[in-house]
Write a protein that binds this ligand. Structure first.
Ligand SMILES: [Zn+2]
Length: 142
């Protein structure tokens, strides 16, 4: 078997296996050999050197692996935020006020989420009230 790096008229690169060199010519002539991306039958042997295509493939695989890790982290973050939201009362802009009431025992302790300006958040922290900023996920921004 011979492996050829192939390229179609739309510059899609792929690989093909052939029993012999003439097998490639036969498949092209019969229109049997088509690009897996765009289905074009205009396919020729790629002039790219094997070492270059190997290096490129490695780079692509690393990119894919990184994306998968990022996606996983993103999904975990989303789940964590969903859990917090499910177990908290959304008090909106009353957040600083409610956080103080909980901190000073004026109301029963419970989880709350809401909005606070940077100044409000800062003074809550200075009063020793534990707050955490939730990251805003892309899908929340419309
Ligand atoms: Zn193509």
């Amino acid at each position: 078997m011979i492996r050829y790096s192939l390229i179609c008229e739309n510059a899609h690169e792929f690989e093909g296996w052939f029993s012999e060199s003439a097998d490639f010519d036969r498949q092209v002539a019969s229109g049997f050999l088509t690009c897996p991306v765009c289905n074009s039958a205009s396919v020729s042997k790629s002039l790219m050197a094997p070492s270059v295509s190997t290096a490129r493939k490695k780079e692509e695989m690393q990119t894919v692996a990184m994306d998968a890790a990022r996606r996983e982290a993103f999904v975990k973050l989303k789940e964590a935020i969903a859990t917090i939201k499910a177990n908290s009362e959304d008090v909106g802009t009353r957040f600083p006020e409610e956080a103080r009431k909980i901190h000073y025992g004026e109301v029963d302790a419970r989880g709350i989420i809401g909005q606070a300006t940077p100044d409000e958040a800062q003074s809550l922290v200075e009063e020793g009230i534990e707050i955490a900023a939730l990251p805003i996920l892309p899908e929340d921004v419309n």
